[in-house]
Write a protein of this length. Structure first.
Ligand SMILES: NC(=O)C1=CN([C@@H]2O[C@H](COP(=O)(O)OP(=O)(O)OC[C@H]3O[C@@H](n4cnc5c(N)ncnc54)[C@H](O)[C@@H]3O)[C@@H](O)[C@H]2O)C=CC1
Ligand SMILES: O=C([O-])CC(=O)C(=O)O
Length: 331
């Protein structure tokens, strides 16, 4: 049985993400959890003639049944931004939501891969880590912040500039998932050497603040949902491809604790500093999640500058998330 649970499944991301996951042959049970509306979403999806069984659960009383024995738990639960807000402004409400879902996952599905979409990702991933530590079930190879949308956006925006096929263009994006902590490594992309410094700076800024572009266009009705569902499905299916089907060479940039591969992390820390605990890095996925943290590769002078601008904010976000559990919540 390969059970995947989506927490926040009735939401703007949750519904299209569940639809995309329903198409996978690798999933045998798609479990949908939310605090509202999941029976309807589950009934609707359950009529689609693909492999997985679909079940819906609503409210915390049904959370154990929803989450137990999952291979993967994907978390797009929580509130989205409105214009004028930062992702960090979501911390107080989403921190508590992610904490409670992490507690359920630690109790009822301690071996699952946890894919965190809820913002602020830079802080919500440390929240999950600290909860899993408190329950004695922590494995850093299995907890992921989903930053795939940054990579998807980068491929689209850069391909528009250099005339490449967007779906084929690999653009590494490392660091975190908010504004200046998002670090696209455009110098590593074939075809970008023809771009001027000004073009590089502009497209870098667009990748860093792509989320704001959608928040402004939606004008109070939320943030990216459809592109995030696409990115979240890609990431989840890549985890399953490596872990369930055993395919080797599956690489994605994702925000992880660098303890997930201490050997691989040495090369990262030599570039970003010893005191950075979490970073979005290129990861080779395997049967246990993170199999190998790959090096960042060469950074241009401009990318070095982006890195130095990212670290202070990232470190603050990490401490804020971790201390929400270690100094705040007791359970
Ligand atoms: N990692 C990334 O790249 C991205 C992250 N996001 C984040 O994803 C989150 C969700 O965004 P949307 O789907 O647009 O929001 P939404 O408001 O449309 O949906 C969120 C869903 O979560 C549910 N929910 C609330 N509390 C819950 C709980 N305790 N347990 C289970 N479900 C609960 C709500 O009922 C709702 O159905 C936001 O925090 C947003 O900032 C959004 C886009 C990209
Ligand atoms: O911008 C937001 O709040 C949602 C998000 O994380 C993104 O679209 O990258």
């Amino acid at each position: 049985m390969v059970k995947v649970t989506v927490c926040g499944a009735a939401g703007g991301i949750g519904q299209p993400l569940s639809l995309l996951l329903k198409q996978s042959e690798l999933i045998t049970h798609l479990s949908l959890f939310d605090i509202v509306n999941t029976p309807g979403v589950a009934a609707d999806l359950s009529h689609i003639n693909t492999k997985s069984k679909v079940t819906g659960y609503v409210g915390t009383a049904q959370l154990e049944e929803a989450i137990k024995d999952s291979a993967v738990v994907v978390i797009p639960a929580g509130v989205p931004r409105k214009p004028g807000m930062t992702r960090d402004d979501l911390f107080n409400i989403n921190g508590g939501i992610v904490r409670d879902l992490a507690i359920a996952a630690a109790k009822f599905s301690p071996k699952a891969f946890i894919c965190v979409i809820s913002n602020p990702v830079n802080s919500t991933v440390p929240i999950v880590t600290e909860v899993f530590k408190q329950f004695g079930v922590y494995d850093p190879r299995k907890i992921f912040g989903v930053t795939t949308l940054d990579i998807v956006r980068a491929s689209t925006f850069v391909s528009e500039l250099i005339g490449a096929e967007a779906s084929q263009l690999q653009v590494p994006v490392v660091g975190g998932h908010s504004g200046v902590t998002i670090i696209p490594l455009l110098s590593q992309v074939v075809g970008t050497s023809a771009l001027s410094e000004d073009q590089i700076a502009k497209v870098t800024h667009r990748i860093q603040f792509g989320g704001d572009e959608v928040v402004q266009a939606k004008n109070g009705a939320g943030s990216a949902t459809l592109s995030m569902a696409f990115a979240g499905a890609r990431f989840t299916l890549n985890i399953l491809e490596a872990a369930i089907r055993g395919t080797s060479g599956v690489v994605e940039c994702t925000y992880v604790h660098l303890d997930a591969d201490k050997e691989g992390a040495k090369a990262i820390k030599s570039v970003v500093g010893d005191d950075i605990e979490y970073f979005s890095v290129p990861v080779e996925l395997g049967i246990n999640g993170v199999q190998k943290i790959k090096p960042l590769g060469n950074l241009s002078e401009y990318e070095q500058k982006l890195l130095s601008e990212a670290t202070a904010e990232l470190k603050g976000n990490i401490v804020k998330g971790a201390s929400f559990i270690t100094e705040g919540s007791k359970f």
